[in-house]
Design a protein around this ligand. Structure first.
Ligand SMILES: NC(=O)c1ccc[n+]([C@@H]2O[C@H](COP(=O)([O-])OP(=O)(O)OC[C@H]3O[C@@H](n4cnc5c(N)ncnc54)[C@H](OP(=O)(O)O)[C@@H]3O)[C@@H](O)[C@H]2O)c1
Length: 213
């Protein structure tokens, strides 16, 4: 890869490691203060990236204000949607800020977004990032979901990783962020207490693998 944008990952999980309820149902995990922190991170980035299932399940605005209220600066919204299944009424297609979709669907069109069509095999995170770098998006906040985050972790492509652990337990059947097979490459960690939860910051400096215990 010639160059890539600076990558910040942000996620919130429950005490028992879940990022959503059963069938991907949205669960509020972040505290108010944590939300303010996330909105501040969004303001500092050129774009916010999510996977298609996050858009389908949560229908986020990915705005820098409350709800659909997007303040300046307006980061672009990037959706990874291999099959281009997004519903036309999705909030990310509301035209309030730039939206870019990466897909291998060569036919369907949607209003409210620029569509970048690549062959299935070319939809690798490294290719996608090289493309975003070429069009001048230099700092990207990756906000989920599990599938997308896992690809970044497995490739070791990130510069900062914030993980907020809220004071809730999501019952069995939820979506677990880290499968045991996921190897977080190049990460060390700092933690601090944040409201009723804990904010962890993982730094890509040291490798710590535990395969036997
Ligand atoms: N707690 C949190 O912080 C947080 C944040 C965001 C989302 N979430 C939760 O996470 C859940 C969704 O996570 P998820 O793992 O199911 O899905 P996801 O990562 O949001 O999206 C997966 C989708 O993106 C497509 N995709 C993934 N990588 C791609 C690539 N490189 N190029 C093109 N398309 C790509 C996949 O297509 P293919 O399957 O065809 O590859 C699939 O349709 C939601 O329920 C949401 O509530 C939680």
């Amino acid at each position: 890869m010639d160059g890539r944008p600076y990558i910040i990952i942000n996620m919130a999980q429950s005490i028992n490691g879940m990022i959503a309820g059963s069938e991907g149902k949205r669960v509020v995990i972040s505290s108010e203060r944590d939300w303010r922190r996330v909105r501040e991170l969004r303001r500092k980035c050129d774009a916010i990236m999510v996977g298609a299932r996050t858009v389908m399940n949560d229908d986020p605005y990915l705005s820098t204000g409350d709800g659909d209220h997007t303040e300046d600066p307006k980061p672009a919204r990037i959706v990874l949607d291999r099959r281009l299944k997004l519903k036309p009424e999705s909030h990310v297609l509301d035209g309030k800020s730039r939206t870019i979709i990466f897909t291998s669907n060569m036919e369907r069109t949607v209003n409210g977004a620029e569509i970048i069509r690549l062959k299935d095999n070319d939809l690798k995170i490294s290719n996608i990032l090289a493309h975003l770098y070429r069009i001048g998006l230099m700092k990207i906040l990756v906000e989920g979901g599990k599938d997308v985050i896992t690809q970044f972790l497995m490739e070791g492509i990130f510069d900062e990783f914030y993980l907020y652990i809220g004071n809730i337990i999501i019952e069995k059947g939820g979506l677990l962020l880290f499968d045991p097979s996921v190897n977080i490459k190049n990460a060390s960690m700092e933690t601090k207490v944040y409201d009723e939860g804990i904010l962890m910051r993982l730094n890509p400096e040291k490798i710590k693998k535990v395969s036997k215990w």
